[in-house]
Design a protein around this ligand. Structure first.
Ligand SMILES: [Zn+2]
Ligand SMILES: [Zn+2]
Length: 152
């Protein structure tokens, strides 16, 4: 699979897309502002940029939902987050700490690099903060997927 065109999204946009995907049914700009403790006007500006790039629909009354492209991209972002979080957990960081630290740099790691890391981990299905899906994202064969995080 080719690298994702949104590989270079800013950390803020990455967090918003992941948040929307985890929420499932979208959110209001006010809720996003609250979740990330930022000014609603900042959220509105970022959401407008995401809408212009085709990742979200932005309703006039402030509702934000993911487009199909946004959903696919958010799945990629969550996969990247969980793979990188798992790596950190193998190097001394526990649970939430691994999640938090991964969030500090994950936006800068390319899809190609994560794919290699995922393969080297044996395509684990369990991340620290949820399941890790593979096929569409890293091109793993079913036979390569490990259920305990131990490489085959
Ligand atoms: Zn996490
Ligand atoms: Zn994988």
């Amino acid at each position: 699979m080719e690298s994702f065109p949104g590989d270079d999204l800013s950390p803020r946009k990455v967090s918003y897309l992941k948040f929307l995907r985890e929420r499932g049914d979208g959110a209001r700009t006010g809720e996003i502002a609250e979740r990330f403790s930022v000014d609603p006007s900042t959220v509105t500006r970022t959401v407008r940029e995401l809408a212009a790039s085709g990742y979200v629909f932005h309703q006039p009354y402030g509702g934000v939902t993911l487009t199909e492209k946004g959903i696919a991209h958010a799945d990629f972002l969550i996969w990247r987050h969980r793979v990188l979080g798992l790596v950190l957990s193998h190097y001394g960081l526990a649970g939430e700490e691994a999640c938090r630290e991964a969030e500090r740099f994950e936006a800068y790691v390319s899809a190609g690099a994560v794919r290699k890391i995922c393969a080297s981990l044996g395509h684990p299905t369990k991340g620290i903060c949820g399941a890790i899906c593979h096929d569409a994202l890293c091109g793993a064969d079913q036979g390569q997927i490990s259920f305990d995080g131990v490489p085959k």
